[in-house]
Design a protein around this ligand. Structure first.
Ligand code: FES
Length: 318
């Protein structure tokens, strides 16, 4: 499945909060953009060769533009720093079609949304969708300070119950357990934010017995990291008609690239879906946080930055 790219034009760049800009992208020929659901993201293939995934902020149904929120990472390796410093209105940019690793279960009636920092991008998109559907929504938005809170006016204008938490003002992180207390167990819970917040959210939901809890990670769950496979395996690349060997401890993505395959990647932690490849044959050792249990069981695709083969041979559409 190599995510194919297409070209869009940067139409607007706007400062939304301290360290956060929004980027508005339009198609290069005025044709409608591929549709997306709340919680979707796209990958930007930046001119410096870096690929980065960002959630779509705008309302589902907008086919004329994609709006992204980009936080300037303190330890930027050239992704968010490039967007903040170099990207200009009028630039052409290659992007992937939207993908949704954080889908909204619209069959629910009551929803609780929790956002931490730039996690607001996916959560804001969900809030807009749920308001449009007439669902009951309750939201907690946490940031370092009010100055760091992007889209605050627009979120308040949605008219949903909104609790704000600023670490600088409260002297620490929010009381998630208290916020989630005494909810209807049929409520759908969604959280996007930094890893400590996601862990606290998952713990609180588990303690409360809430089964409809969903999170989106920016980085790999440290508890999910498994031992690397000790066994090597062979990989047949169908398109390039090559047979390569992945030695014990080697990363499949590196081996594929060394064999000349042009495989894009972004997070390289199994959380964004950029490096997804179609699998024709083989027993996959899935280690990503992208695929659902059903998708894993089907075994049709894999994230080659972290996943491997349980042994024997893999046949990839690559
Ligand atoms: S590069 Fe993000 S999942 Fe592989």
């Amino acid at each position: 499945m190599h995510s194919a790219t297409f070209t869009v034009i940067v139409d607007k760049v706007r400062v939304e909060a301290m360290d956060t800009v929004s980027i508005e992208l339009r198609s290069s020929d005025s044709s409608p953009l591929p549709s997306f659901d709340a919680g979707s993201h796209i990958s930007l293939h930046l001119p410096n060769g870096i690929v980065r995934s960002y959630s779509l902020v705008n309302a589902t149904g907008n086919r004329d533009r994609y709006v992204l929120g980009v936080l300037r990472a303190r330890d930027s390796q050239g992704g968010s720093a490039f967007v903040h410093e170099k990207l200009r209105v009028g630039d052409a940019l290659a992007i992937s079609a939207p993908r949704n690793n954080f889908p909204l279960d619209e069959t629910g009636e009551r929803f609780v949304l929790v956002a931490g920092g730039i996690g607001i991008t996916a959560i804001y998109s969900m809030a807009q969708r749920l308001v449009a559907l007439g669902k009951s929504v309750d939201m907690l938005y946490c940031c370092r300070s009010r100055e760091h809170a992007a889209w605050l006016d627009s979120i308040q204008a949605l008219g949903i119950p909104l609790k704000l938490h600023f670490d600088a003002q409260h002297g620490g992180p929010p009381d998630l357990r208290g916020f989630l207390d005494e909810r209807d167990p049929e409520t759908r819970f969604y959280c996007c934010g930094p890893t400590p917040m996601l862990s606290a959210f998952e713990r609180a939901c588990a303690d409360h017995g809430y089964t409809h809890a969903h999170i989106e990670r920016f980085s790999a769950d440290p508890n999910a990291v498994k031992e690397a496979s000790n066994a090597g395996y062979e990989v047949q690349l169908v398109r390039s008609r090559k047979l390569v060997r992945v030695e014990p401890g080697a990363r499949l993505l590196d081996v594929l690239r060394a064999a000349g395959a042009d495989v894009p990647s972004s997070c390289e932690q199994g959380v964004c879906g950029t490096c997804e490849l179609s699998v024709i044959e083989g027993e996959i050792d899935h280690r990503d946080s992208v695929l659902s249990e059903t998708e894993r069981a089907e075994g049709k695709t894999m994230m080659v930055c972290v996943s491997s083969c349980k042994g024997g041979r893999l046949v990839l559409d690559c």
